[in-house]
Every structure is written in C-alpha cells, then in structure tokens.
Design a protein around this ligand. Structure first.
Ligand code: FAD
Ligand code: FES
Length: 271
C-alpha cells in the first residue's frame, strides 16, 4: 500500500537557478522552493506553468528529482512544445510551480535489495526514492535503460549515493544490448536475492513488461505512472488509470491524487 497524498501543497512563484543540458534532449532544472523541498517525498511531483511564450494554458507535471533545504530540481526530456520552451528558459526566469503533489513510494518493509527500474526519463522519478533507501542503508540496485549512450541519465548521481547500477541500451552502445527488463528477468531467475522489492518508472510498455515479470516471480512492485495530466488536482479526470479492485471490478483512479504510485498487480494492464 502506498502512502497517501500529503495535504501540504504550495503554489509558488519561483526563479530558475540553472537549466542545463545533461544528455541528448534532457535537461536538469534547479529552482528555488524551500517549502516544496521541505515537504517533498519520494515519488511526488510538481505541476509547472511554463510561461516562456504565449498559449500554454495547461501546466506540465514533473517528478521532484532532488531536494535540499532551499531548492528542488527536476530532470526532464524534451517531448513537445512545453518541454521545448522550458529548455529555452534561462537562469533567473520566473517559474510558477505547485507541489508537492501525489502519493509516495512506500519503503516501510525493508527490501533486500531494492531494485529500481528506470526507462528513459523515468529514472528521474526514482531518484528521491534512491536517496531515501540509501539513507536507511538499504542495498539498492539501479537498472537504467536508454535508447543509446548519449541519452543515459543519472548514472553518476546514483553511483555517488552507493546504488549499484546496471545499464541497458537499445543499440548496445553501452551496457547490455536490449531492455532493462532483460536484466531484471536475469536477476530474478538467478534466485539469489533474499527479499527483493521492485520500484519502476518509464514508458508504459516497459512498465507493463516489468509488472508481467514481477507478477510471475511474485515480487512486490510499485510503479509510478506518468499519464498525461490536466489539472493535477483530482478534478478533470484527464489522468485516470484502470485499477483492479477485485476479480470482477475495475475502477478508474486518478494518477494525480490516488497515484502516481500504484502496486503493479492492481493496474489493469490489458485495458
Ligand atoms: C506524475 C508525472 C511525473 C512526470 N515526471 C517527469 C519527469 O520527471 N521527467 C520527464 O521528462 N517527464 C515527466 N513526466 C512527463 C511530462 O509531464 C511530459 O513529458 C510533459 O508534460 C510533456 O509536455 P510537452 O508540452 O513537452 O509535450 P506535449 O506537447 O504536451 O505533448 C507532445 C506529445 O507527447 C505526448 N505526451 C505528452 N505527455 C505525455 C505523457 N505523460 N505520456 C505519454 N505521452 C505524452 C502527447 O500526447 C503528444 O503526442 C511526468 C508525468 C507525470 C504525469
Ligand atoms: S489531472 Fe485532472 S484529475 Fe488528474
């Protein structure tokens, strides 16, 4: 069971402290935000109004990547107009940020080890969790996937906090040639892990594959969903995800308020 959304939400006018390219089509943005930073928990996100040019009415959601006392960071991929404009915003530009939003990953039962599975920018959603796991001295393995070497993210950040990282790239330019799910299957097949727990975020197809594998091996798995969002306040129902309540009943739950973190076995992947 994931931890519920917190009631501490702040709608903040802030300033970009830096916004730098860290990999092909990927940027790391730092902004001031002490209240959000103080309350942010692993898996939670911010909703960002991108005001760099007219016409973008809807905010865009991004997971909080790291925090310190005064700042938050987000690691994002250029996907469309919003993220393209965001990447062009310079240091000192104003930014309107609401958060922290959503529920959080649960690390109450000590996993041995915790295995983080991140595909593309999905690894951004697992970084605060990685920090929390390592703070509790929990053995943590990171399986990081990308299309190719120039798009790999977070390897140094994860390694610096003691996460043992394995890499997969589609073209084999570095690490295993293939998917991170190949590495996951291999690890679970070897059967030497004592009590693993899986945490995953990435493209929908990767998450469905992770869920299929870990259901087969009966390994507890929490997944952060990244559905498109409108309000991020639980009102518009634009972000819903089919959740299996029991064998005969499916309920649509809001990724922005009941999620973004769900148990993999609860998601009705076939819909
Ligand atoms: C809770 C949450 C956390 C997220 N965290 C991160 C993060 O840390 N880093 C990061 O890079 N991204 C993250 N995302 C995804 C990010 O919000 C989208 O990539 C972004 O909103 C795209 O905005 P845009 O204006 O650039 O693209 P748009 O112009 O809005 O869309 C361009 C194209 O991409 C498609 N698209 C847009 N958003 C999504 C989506 N969420 N899923 C599938 N297709 C989509 C659209 O259908 C369209 O075809 C997160 C999403 C959610 C819901
Ligand atoms: S984005 Fe509006 S209900 Fe989730």
């Amino acid at each position: 069971m994931q931890n519920k959304s917190s009631t501490n939400k702040f709608d903040t006018h802030t300033t970009i402290l830096s916004n730098e390219k860290v990999a092909e089509d990927h940027y790391l943005l730092r902004c001031a935000g002490s209240k959000i930073a103080q309350h942010a928990k692993p898996g939670q996100f911010i909703h960002v109004l991108i005001s760099n040019g007219a016409g973008l009415l809807l905010r865009r959601p991004f997971t909080i990547y790291t925090v310190d006392e005064r700042e938050i960071t987000m690691l994002y991929q250029i996907i469309g107009e919003g993220t393209q404009r965001l990447s062009e915003m310079p240091k000192g530009a104003p930014l309107h940020v609401m958060g922290p939003l959503g529920n959080t990953f649960n690390i109450e039962k000590n996993p041995e080890p915790a295995i983080l599975v991140g595909g593309g920018a999905g690894i951004a959603s697992l970084m605060l969790l990685a920090v929390a796991l390592r703070t509790h001295d929990i053995q943590t393995i990171g399986l990081v996937g990308a299309q190719h070497q120039d798009r790999l993210l977070s390897i140094d950040d994860l390694t610096a906090i003691g996460v043992k990282v394995h890499v997969a790239t589609d073209d084999g330019s570095v690490g295993h040639q293939g998917f991170v799910t190949d590495i996951l299957t291999d690890m679970l097949n070897k059967n030497h892990l004592h009590r693993p727990t899986i945490y995953a975020c990435g493209p929908h197809a990767m998450l469905a594959a992770v869920a299929k594998i870990t259901t087969e091996f009966e390994v507890p798995t929490q997944i952060a969903m990244e559905n498109r969002m409108g309000c991020a306040m639980g009102v518009c129902l634009g972000c819903v995800c089919p959740i299996r309540i029991d064998t005969n009943r499916i309920e649509y739950q809001r990724v922005c308020t009941e999620g973004p973190v769900f148990n993999a076995t609860n998601i009705a992947w076939e819909i």
